[in-house]
Write a protein that binds this ligand. Structure first.
Ligand code: TA6
Length: 288
């Protein structure tokens, strides 16, 4: 990494358990990320000082396992690979790579940093891609995952910005903005109609097939003006996940009752997006 980037006045770097963490702080917000996976761990806008991101207190942070909580980057596939093979990890292979910063700058929206993984090549993906995560830390957090085809033939990929959002208690949560049908991953992938109201009372693992541009995580403990908004672009689906009690207890890197404190609203490409040679595709999530 170009170390002079770290001397930017709004950046601070720290080693934690052998992994570099970057803190970005400006007049508008603070944000922390681990270079392991370019994994965002925290985002707090200064206008309300409210943490938006859930991090599992039991997450493994030493770079030996994907981080539980925060915003994992799933690429170039989402979930299990289509061709079951132990060599193809769930959610792709960039969330377990060390990334490096390639640019940092300030603009009127905030501080922008760009990161790239050590490599975009891996078993299970034939494309010749360049991958860049561009994060703008301002009043809101803008995350752009830019996939550029540097090869001579088209490729198809899937991806997700797998954001874990902190909530006061899962019983207090109601999602707004989702519509159409979803594939129910806890019921053999059966296609079902989106419920109204959208609440959590059991394990939820759904691929919402209508790419709504805005989802609001309504938490009854917050005023209407304070609710977390999730704005998405470039996606073909939104994935909604909460593991509920049994799965939460089965996850070694999550407390047994961890499921009570978060829900995932993921901006995703799950149906395969074709990127022609020389073109790029941007998957974007904005957290307000
Ligand atoms: O996005 C939902 C999901 O694909 C679930 O099926 C669930 O397993 C979750 O991601 C977490 O995956 P991970 O590999 O991080 O344990």
């Amino acid at each position: 990494m170009n170390n002079s980037l770290l001397s930017h006045p709004h950046l601070n770097s720290q080693q934690k358990q052998g992994v570099t963490h970057i803190k970005i702080e400006n007049a508008l917000a603070s944000c922390e990320l681990s270079l392991y996976g370019a994994h965002i761990l925290s985002f707090k806008p200064k206008h309300d000082l409210r943490e938006r991101i859930y991090m599992s207190p039991a997450a493994i942070m030493d770079g030996t396992k994907a981080i539980r909580g925060g915003i994992p980057i799933c690429w170039p596939w989402f979930g299990p690979h289509q061709a079951p093979n132990a060599a193809y990890p769930q959610h792709g292979y960039v969330r377990t790579q060390t990334w490096h910063m390639v640019a940092v700058s300030d603009n009127k929206k905030g501080t922008q940093i760009s990161l790239q993984p050590a490599s975009t090549k891996g078993e299970g993906f034939e494309g010749h891609a360049e991958l860049t995560l561009q994060i703008t830390v301002g009043k809101s957090l803008t995350i752009k995952l830019i996939t550029e085809n540097k090869g001579e033939t088209a490729f198809s990929y899937n991806a997700a910005l797998h954001s874990y959002f902190t909530v006061s208690h899962i019983d207090n949560v109601q999602l707004a903005g989702l519509q159409g049908d979803y594939l129910d991953k806890v019921d053999n992938g059966i296609q079902k109609t989106t419920p109204v109201p959208y609440r959590f009372a059991q394990e939820v693992d759904r691929i919402q097939l209508t790419p709504s541009p805005e989802v609001v995580i309504n938490d009854s403990q917050l005023d209407n003006s304070q609710q977390t908004q999730v704005l998405s672009q470039g996606h073909d689906s939104l994935v909604i996940w909460n593991p509920w009690a049994e799965k939460s207890a089965a996850l070694a890197d999550m407390p047994d009752n961890g499921y009570l404190s978060f829900c995932c609203v993921e901006t995703a490409v799950t149906q395969g997006h074709v990127v022609e040679a020389g073109n790029q595709h941007v998957l974007q999530q904005i957290i307000c």
